[in-house]
Design a binder for this molecule. Sequence first.
Ligand code: FES
Length: 184
Amino acid sequence: MSVSERGFRQQVERRPVTRRNFIVWYLGGLLTALVAAVIAPILVYIWPPAGQTKQQVINLTLSTALDEIKEGTAVLFQAPSATGFVMTDGGGDNYPGKIGFKGFLVNYQGTLIMLSATCSHLGCQVNQPSGTPPIFQCPCHGSQFNLNGTVHHGPAVAPLSHYAWKATGPNKIAVIGVSLPGVG
Ligand code: FES
């Protein structure tokens, strides 16, 4: 037997696998698996694998025909399960490319505009506009937005974001969004 083989055998003989070692290794493995199971879905949600963030057209049917949305009013819509809408601009907590899940089609001074319902302060959903003039109110910290999305009252400092869209029928629209498997 060579000197190195003898040394190895001595090491193994000196460090037998005790029940205590086995339990420590077993619990270590269990803990690692648990951490991976919790963290992996979060990482996939934050950084979806390439291909899952590919933009797609999301077709929606609104509760109101486009030409029946009265001036000064807004129609709420939301993304179907496992999809989201892509913001084209934004400030504060919003930014171009951020995903939103609700929006408003607004008749602002006779023109239809589309706004994200995601508050630019910290991301809550603003309520349907109300009052005179109509104002979007955020239930979380009291921010208010004018009907065209500009800030009426803080703490938000940036306007509501927009989505890219087009009309596809009397009460149908197509909005640029993404597929989000496992969300919603
Ligand atoms: S999240 Fe809307 S005011 Fe804070």
